[in-house]
Design a protein around this ligand. Structure first.
Ligand SMILES: Cc1cc2nc3c(=O)[nH]c(=O)nc-3n(C[C@H](O)[C@H](O)[C@H](O)COP(=O)(O)O)c2cc1C
Length: 169
């Protein structure tokens, strides 16, 4: 196995939960993205970045993009509430250029939603979204229900494909 750097950015905890699971499984220590600048990148050849998805954007992805060239293997784990489908895939991929997509491997992990934990600004955003979703609830029922009752899809089963892949590179 390569020398791996495990980095996370987590606003409300689910990316951190996944990071702890990944760290335990691969026996590596995780580093918060806010301490990333002080880590010696040249000591590693693989980076795993676990981070929440907000309005289709992977939180703090730009910090990792700045150092793409330092690593042989770049693994991105976006953590979002949406179920994984073609639309989710497209939204996640829109965070990257074609050239970047050729360099990285993406493992989407399903996260959690707890309205009570959100900041004032996030609550405002989500209230606007709720109004829109209510007009066409269809496939958004899970999201609408989550406003009244916190829900988490975080599970150790979800990291299996990622850890199997990492152990083989
Ligand atoms: C303001 C806001 C916007 C969000 N936008 C998305 C989104 O575009 N797609 C998605 O799948 N999940 C979205 N989510 C859900 C988060 O990605 C989910 O809660 C995730 O578990 C957050 O991870 P973290 O707590 O580690 O930051 C959003 C949540 C909030 C509060």
């Amino acid at each position: 196995m390569n020398k791996i750097m495990l980095i996370y950015a987590s606003k409300h905890g689910s990316s951190k939960e996944y990071t702890d699971m990944i760290g335990n499984e691969l026996n590596i220590k995780a580093v918060d993205i806010d301490e990333f600048d002080s880590v010696k990148k040249e000591d590693f050849d693989t980076i795993i970045f676990v981070s929440g998805v907000y309005a289709s954007k992977i939180n703090k992805i730009d910090k990792i993009k700045n150092v793409f060239n330092n690593f042989k293997n770049i693994i991105i784990c976006p953590v979002g509430f949406s179920e994984y489908n073609e639309n989710t895939k497209k939204n996640i991929e829109s965070n990257f250029t074609e050239e970047e997509l050729n360099k990285i491997k993406i493992f989407y992990l399903r996260g959690a939603f707890d309205y009570s934990k959100l900041s004032f600004m996030e609550k405002m955003m989500m209230n606007m979204m709720k109004k829109m979703l209510k007009k066409d609830p269809g496939e958004h029922k899970e999201m609408l229900d989550a406003f009244d009752k916190p829900i988490s899809f975080v599970s150790k089963d979800n990291i299996k494909d990622l850890t199997t892949y990492v152990k083989e590179i």
